[in-house]
Design a protein around this ligand. Structure first.
Ligand code: ADP
Ligand code: MG
Length: 323
């Protein structure tokens, strides 16, 4: 943005510095922040924070309310990323949407990381081939990113389309960071924003942000009574950071999640995703992955604002995710 942070009323050089350190380094990022978030990170009062946010919204032309036609205008920019699978794409109304969080949850080995890898390849393809011509940022909390797997999938796409795609180039457009704990994971979304701004200027816009896995650190760190409120507050901040990223960059945000046993389930599937209502309400699309026979996986669309529930069968093969 052309406007400097300290042009905003109530923001002196010291506050501007604090805001930047906290990752609020553009007017747009401040415009979509919540007052409490800004107050906490920049150590200012909430009413000051609210004033700063209002000023940023005016400067960035982001009002608190939008008319439906403007929402429609922004929705027109929503891109759809192919999964590479016919049924899966159809179930999603064409593909994985930008400006939204898509959650993949399921048991260990159900294929969450495989789907994430495949999307990191597909998103780099042009529109004609179902991609968004963009680059990728991955926040890897379990050390499961495998460049070798990307190479296999690029070879798979080369075969599928009869093209001579270069795996090396695909790998160069995937930016991976390990997250060592939940705080680090949250901070990495700020770093991702900085990186995405740089890449945008370089003509390599980020169209996919992956967090694999969303909950592993949170689950490991917040155990026992009395920690839940704290955890949910952090998680809320994290989820909104992710949503904001998707809106700012018109990017798909894909997170993976674990499941736990529902002790009170007598009917239906006895598992549910972890993370409680915060994750449940912030994820726009929730997909439940299950193992089936051999390489087959069943993917169920559990929750979506505008699509019916449904199921799709896909296969995880050497060449990647296929019909
Ligand atoms: P999770 O849901 O735990 O993230 P993964 O996405 O890591 O699960 O899925 C792991 C499964 O993916 C393996 O059990 C295997 O069935 C399949 N898989 C992994 N790599 C390959 C490959 N190169 N070829 C075929 N199947 C693979
Ligand atoms: Mg995994």
């Amino acid at each position: 943005s052309e406007i400097a942070l300290d042009d905003l009323p109530g923001v002196g050089p010291a506050t501007a510095e604090k805001l930047k350190e906290a990752g609020f380094n553009t007017i747009e990022a401040i415009a979509v922040a919540s007052p409490s978030e800004l107050a906490n990170t920049a150590e200012i009062g909430e009413s000051t924070a609210a004033k700063i946010i209002n000023a940023a919204r005016q400067a960035a032309d982001i009002g608190g309310f939008e008319t439906g036609d403007l929402v429609l205008e922004r929705r027109k920019l929503v891109g759809k990323l192919t999964t590479g699978c016919t049924e899966f794409d159809e179930m999603m109304g064409g593909g994985i949407e930008t400006q939204a969080i898509t959650e993949l949850y399921g048991e260990f080995g159900s294929g969450k990381t495989q789907v994430a890898h495949q999307l990191a390849v597909n998103v780099q393809m042009d529109k004609e081939h179902g991609g968004l011509g963009g680059s990728v940022i991955i926040i890897d909390t379990e050390n499961t990113f495998r460049p070798e797997r990307i190479t296999q999938m690029v070879k798979g796409l080369s075969e599928k389309y009869g093209m001579d795609l270069n795996p090396e180039e695909f790998l160069q457009n995937i930016h991976v960071a390990r997250a060592y704990n939940s705080n680090h994971q949250i901070l990495l979304v700020d770093s991702a924003t900085d990186l995405a701004n740089e890449l945008k200027e370089m003509g390599k816009p980020v169209r996919l942000l992956i967090v694999d896995s969303l909950m592993a650190h949170f689950r490991a760190e917040y155990v026992g009574r009395g920690t839940l409120a704290d955890r949910q507050q952090k998680l809320n901040k994290h989820m909104h950071g992710l949503l904001r990223f998707g809106d700012l960059f018109n990017a798909c945000v894909v997170v993976t999640n674990q499941v736990m046993a529902k002790p009170d389930a007598f009917f239906g599937d006895p598992t549910r995703p972890v993370g409680g209502h915060i994750v449940g309400h912030t994820a726009t699309f929730r997909l439940y992955l299950r193992k089936s026979k051999g390489e087959k996986r069943i993917i169920r669309l559990v929750d979506s604002p505008s699509l019916p529930e449904g199921e799709a069968v896909v296969a995880v093969t050497m060449a990647g995710l296929t019909d």
